[in-house]
Design a protein around this ligand. Structure first.
Ligand code: TEU
Ligand code: CA
Length: 550
């Protein structure tokens, strides 16, 4: 492995700043709060933090609507706080990755305020406009958060294009001036010592609105290569492109080992299984387990040696995995660890979303306690369309983005140690049981399971470089696979469900040592509910053995 590929053995931790740690009692997490929790993150052993947006923003979409890329929102702190964060993190060998929202800006960005002044304003072409008539939409392209993707600007008698909220107008990437402004801004952050970038909905920048093309537009990879050359390649950065629309062939371009685009791709095919073809995300369907195995294995095999994947179950847009595909009741701890072990044994760079390392769960709030604009837009639309209120609420419980956005649960004090004030969104009321304080010193905790997995990835090349073979492809309960590298091999076996079953791989694992498991030693010939094991022929060094979780 080349030294520049340090991120292949690192684990990335995503922080959603407004929900991580408040430092001044206003109920909103902030940068100083993150600095105060650096020791916790250092202890976990992560290599980088992906920080959801902290730039200046009217917060219509919690910071994914940026009004100034080169300033920090007052709510989170200021530029000096950001510089302190970068330097503090460095002490723990942690890099800060910023979230670059380049598909759109806020409608309060100076560029858009200029752009909407007149058709010949120099900034007009920074956005996408179509002449028209009020009430007659240019076409029927829909916005992700509901409604049309076109909004009427009366003073110009034009529509502008937005794939998300009307307050998030899409940038016109065809305009070289836009691209140049973006590169200058990125170089400015690089000079400040930022260690990398996560690129928000980057597969949507090359749109062709008239043709109804929003994702994977014709010039997409041309833009990526220019962006990478003009910015990222001038430093030692880790970059990851968010791409709901990337299939394997495209993903190989995103993460081309020649470094021409990004370090890695963040694709969602496994997550997409939680949604039925042709239906909306809100229509809840059962997990197609065999399909999950097939999809994840396919990516493992196909990107081996020709690309690099992100490994994740969660982010700030997704429900808590232990509540979706684990069991957040009697087997919460076991299933949270199983999901962690399953993922961290694969090839790619793992991502942990804040609280995942504690087994934080989904919530069930009254509608007025939710904060996400997407939830409220959907609720309104479905109630108006005559849906049953109970069904609508069940969709929100299962899929709502606020499941991931409740405050981080630090301890069992009021508001879970997140804030001294009133939190911007309610704390999950299970915080007395589920919190960091009760887990960091408990060697059997979910936190320490993650810590151990992160350590393995740094110690054993087979985790990073090994090839992948799916075992027991047709087994309806077990997800098992083998990794091999330079004569060393390991087997990962996970019981994905809540019944005790036979362990069919005893022969395969005969001479192997247990590296990690989520249960105390028991009958090797069975797998208990959600039991997971990593077995290996790696020669385990003494310190690792001591740190082993049983
Ligand atoms: O999300 C991209 C996106 O389209 C989805 O994740 C979407 O938010 C989700 O499917 C809705 O159910 C990115 C960010 O991660 C998200 O938080 C932002 O809202 C969005 O872009 C716009 O910037
Ligand atoms: Ca605050």
């Amino acid at each position: 492995m080349l030294k520049k590929d340090w991120w292949k053995s690192a684990v990335i931790y995503q922080i959603y700043p407004r929900s991580f740690q408040d430092s001044n009692g206003d109920g909103i997490g902030d940068i100083k709060g993150i600095i105060g929790r650096m020791e916790y993150l250092g202890r976990l052993g992560i290599g980088a933090i992906w920080l959801s947006p902290v730039c200046k923003s009217p917060q219509k979409d919690n910071g994914y609507d940026i009004s100034d890329y080169q300033d920090i929102d007052l709510m989170f702190g200021n530029i000096e706080d950001m510089e302190n964060l970068i330097n503090e993190a460095k002490k723990y060998n942690i890099r800060i990755m910023m979230d670059l929202v380049l598909n759109h800006t806020s409608d309060k960005h100076r560029w858009f305020e200029e752009a909407r002044k007149s058709k010949d304003n120099p900034y007009h072409d920074y956005y996408i406009w179509r002449d028209g008539e009020e009430g007659v939409l240019p076409n029927d392209v829909k916005a992700v958060f509901g409604g049309s993707a076109w909004t009427w600007e009366p003073s110009l008698k034009q529509y502008y294009f937005h794939q998300f909220l009307p307050e998030q107008p899409d940038l016109n990437w065809e305009n070289p001036k836009v691209r140049k402004e973006i590169y200058d801004m990125i170089l400015w952050w690089m000079k400040k010592g930022v260690g990398g970038f996560r690129l928000d909905v980057i597969d949507q920048i090359a749109k062709e609105p008239d043709l109804g093309i929003t994702i994977n537009g014709p010039r997409l990879h041309e833009y990526f290569r220019e962006l990478s050359k003009e910015t990222f390649q001038k430093g030692d950065l880790i970059t990851v492109g968010e791409a709901w629309g990337a299939d394997i062939e495209r993903a190989k371009l995103y993460s081309n080992p020649d470094g021409s685009e990004f370090s890695m791709v963040f694709q969602f095919e496994h997550i997409g299984l939680d949604q039925e073809e042709g239906k909306e995300k809100w229509d809840v369907v059962p997990l197609p387990f065999l399909k999950l195995k097939e999809v994840m294995s396919h990516w493992q095999r196909e990107l081996h040696n020709c690309g690099w994947n992100s490994l994740f179950w969660n982010n700030h847009d997704l429900p808590r995995i232990v509540s979706r595909w684990g069991n957040d009741k009697e087997y919460r701890v076991e299933s949270a660890k199983m999901l962690a072990i399953l993922l961290h044994g694969m090839q790619g760079t793992p991502y942990i979303y804040q609280g995942e390392e504690l087994g934080m769960t989904n919530v069930r709030y009254d509608i007025e306690d939710y904060r996400d604009v997407e939830i409220h837009n959907m609720y309104k639309a479905r109630i108006e369309a005559g849906y049953d209120k109970e069904d609508v609420m069940n969709s929100i419980y299962a899929k709502g983005r606020d499941n991931a956005r409740t405050p981080m649960q630090w301890d069992d004090s009021e508001n879970a140690g997140f804030t001294d004030g009133t939190p911007w969104i309610k704390v999950n009321d299970n915080y007395k049981e589920i919190n960091a304080k009760s887990q960091v010193d408990d060697e059997n905790s979910i936190f320490n399971c993650y810590r151990q997995l992160i350590k393995f990835r740094k110690e054993y090349p087979v985790f990073v470089d090994g090839d992948f073979t799916l075992l027991l492809a047709d087994d309806e309960n077990i997800f098992a696979y083998k990794r091999e590298y330079a004569g060393k091999s390991m087997v990962v076996v996970c019981n994905f469900y809540g019944q005790t079953i036979d362990m069919p791989l005893t022969e395969e694992c005969k001479d192997m040592e247990l590296l990690i498991s989520n249960y105390a030693k028991g009958d090797e010939a069975v797998l208990r509910p959600y039991e997971a094991r990593i077995l290996s022929l790696i020669h385990i060094s003494e310190p690792t053995r001591l740190g082993m979780i049983s």
